[in-house]
Design a protein around this ligand. Sequence first.
Ligand code: ZN
Length: 242
Amino acid sequence: MREKLKALAELQKVDLEVASLRKAADVHPRQLAELERELGAARSAIEAERNRVTDIERQKSTLEQNITDEKDKVKKWEARLAEQRSTREYSALAREIDIAKKANQTMADELVELSKTLGGAREAVKGKEAEFATRQEQLSVRMTELRSKQSLAENQVKELEAKRSSVSAGVDPTLLRRYETIRKKKLPAMVGVVQGGTCLGCRMNVPPQLYNNLRVSLGTDVCPSCNRIIYAVEALETPAEK
Ligand SMILES: [Zn+2]
């Protein structure tokens, strides 16, 4: 009986260990997902900066094309200016040329500003890329750590599960069934030791008659308060220790 109770206590120990390992290992996938999200956000930030550069480049090439077109127009008008015979038509065309040249100057000024903005935006992309590279390196170190911790925990769980099946083979089948039923309720512990008349599973006193029976029989019973399997602490002691 003592050996069977020891096996039961050992089984509970293994199960609690597995449960706490699983609980701790639960953190790893969550942390990994969080790091992935962080990297994704950094990548999107770079993408946004790159899109901004592309936008400005497009604006700039449109503006350059407009300037070229306007200059060509002015050149054509200037050639036509020499052919003007009437003073009225000459001055009308000269005025048009003047307006076009002013507009061109405005566009040239805009182009200078746009080039500056483009330079700034390109610098921002470079900065973001460097930032990302550093962060990615840090995160990948952290991710590798997490992955190895995770596989370590998985291996530990596997080992414990192997141990569990050998330990549960030593438990009395009826007790084992009772134990599994209680285990499904996910109590913090499935087996309670009764010491000095108190169930250590729920900290309630068991009826004195039940306590006496447990001490005399050195067997198991059920705690009336928490339904855990209980046995007297004396049942685990070897006769020599008494
Ligand atoms: Zn109890």
